[in-house]
Design a protein around this ligand. Structure first.
Ligand code: BDR
Ligand code: CA
Length: 313
C-alpha cells in the first residue's frame, strides 16, 4: 500500500502529532501536500505552525499551503483556551525559513486532484472542512479522483465539546461539513466517540519521553500542554488525541471498528448548530453516507504512534 494523501489541518497540537505520524510513515503514505485552514487559531498561525512541524521533523520536501481564513458563512470561532495563544503551545514558536507556498490551498487541492487518476487520492481533514468543501464547489469534477475522505469531526455518544450538541471542527464550519457529508464520497469519520478513547495517559507519554529525538521530545512538550485543558474538563488521565486517529486508521485500520451510518449536519438550529445526527440504528431509510468509527484499540494506537516516532532517531 502506498496511499497518496493531502492533509488539511489547523495545527493544533493534535494536528501536529497527526502530521508527525504521517511523516514517520513513508512506506505507507505519500503526502502530496499540507493545506491549512482557520480553526484552532487564525490562518496566519495554523499555516506557520504547519511549517514549524515540518521543520521539527526535518522534512524539507513537503509544501505547506494556506487556505481559507474563515468559515463559509459563520464568523470564525477559535480554541486558544485548548491550544494556547500560538495554537501550538508546548514547543518553541518561531517564523520558519521555509515559506508558505503562493498557491491557495483550494487551488492546490483542485489542481492536484485534476491531475490525478480516478479514485486515487485520500483527503485527510483534521480541522474545519472549509477548504475541502470550497474545493468541491469550485471544481465538482475533482470528486471522481477522490478515493476517500478520512476526517476528524463530529460526535454522537460523547456529546459536543464546543456546544452541548456539537464537536469543534463541525461547529466551526457546519455549512462546509454539510457539503462534504452530502458529497456521496466514501467518508471515514473519527468522531469524539472514538477519539475520547485514545487518552494521553502519563504512562503512555512517559514511553514517548524515553525516545531520544527532537520529534518525540516536541510531542511530549505539546502533549503536556494539551492535556491540561481536557484533564480539567473531563477528569481524564490525559487528553484525547483526536486528529492522529485519521492517520492511524490509514496505517492500521484493524485498530478501529466502525459502522456504515447516515449522518446529517445540522445547519438550521441555533441551539444544535453543527450537530452530527447519526442514524446509528438505521431508523430512517437514508442510505449510509459515512463509516462512523466507534471503537479503537487504544493501547495498539499508542504502540503504533510510539514506534513510528522512533523513526525520527
Ligand atoms: C478537534 O478540534 C480541535 O481542537 C482539534 O485539533 C481536533 O481537530 C477536536 O474536537
Ligand atoms: Ca484539528
Amino acid at each position: 500500500m502506498h496511499e497518496k494523501i493531502i492533509i488539511d489541518c489547523d495545527p493544533g497540537q493534535d494536528d501536529a502529532v497527526a502530521l508527525f505520524l504521517a511523516m514517520a510513515s513513508p512506506d505507507e503514505l505519500d503526502i502530496l501536500g499540507i493545506t491549512t485552514v482557520a480553526g484552532n487559531v487564525p490562518l496566519e498561525l495554523t499555516q506557520r505552525n504547519a511549517r514549524i512541524i515540518c521543520d521539527i521533523a526535518g522534512n524539507h520536501d513537503l509544501s505547506v499551503y494556506a487556505g481559507c481564513s474563515r468559515p463559509m458563512l459563520l464568523d470564525l470561532v477559535t480554541a486558544e483556551n485548548v491550544h494556547g495563544m500560538s495554537g501550538l503551545d508546548g514547543v518553541d514558536i518561531y517564523e520558519p525559513i521555509r515559506t508558505i507556498k503562493k498557491t491557495h490551498a483550494i487551488d492546490f487541492i483542485v489542481e492536484t486532484l485534476k491531475a490525478a487518476s480516478d479514485n486515487s487520492i485520500t483527503l485527510v481533514p483534521t480541522g474545519p472542512l472549509t477548504n475541502i468543501a470550497m474545493a468541491m464547489i469550485k471544481e465538482p469534477s475533482i470528486s471522481k479522483n477522490i478515493k476517500q475522505i478520512v476526517l476528524m469531526g463530529g460526535a454522537m455518544q460523547e456529546g459536543g465539546n464546543l456546544s452541548p450538541s456539537a464537536e469543534f471542527n463541525i461547529l466551526v464550519d457546519p455549512h462546509a461539513a454539510h457539503v462534504v457529508f452530502d458529497s456521496g464520497l466514501p467518508i471515514i469519520v473519527m468522531s469524539l466517540d472514538v477519539t475520547h478513547q485514545v487518552l494521553t495517559t502519563k504512562e503512555r507519554v512517559a514511553k514517548i519521553r524515553k525516545i531520544n529525538n527532537p520529534v518525540a521530545q516536541a510531542t511530549v512538550g505539546m502533549l503536556q500542554f494539551f492535556a491540561r485543558y481536557d484533564s480539567a474538563k473531563y477528569g481524564f488521565d490525559g487528553a484525547p488525541l483526536h486528529d492522529p486517529c485519521t492517520i492511524a486508521w490509514l496505517l492500521k485500520p484493524d485498530l478501529f471498528q466502525g459502522k456504515p451510518c447516515h449522518v446529517s449536519i445540522e445547519t438550521g438550529s441555533k441551539l444544535t448548530m453543527g450537530h452530527t445526527a447519526v442514524d446509528f440504528w438505521g431508523v430512517t431509510n437514508a442510505m449510509p453516507n459515512v463509516t462512523w468509527m466507534h471503537t479503537v484499540d487504544a493501547d495498539g494506537f499508542y504502540v503504533l504512534l510510539t514506534d513510528r516516532l522512533r523513526n525520527f532517531s
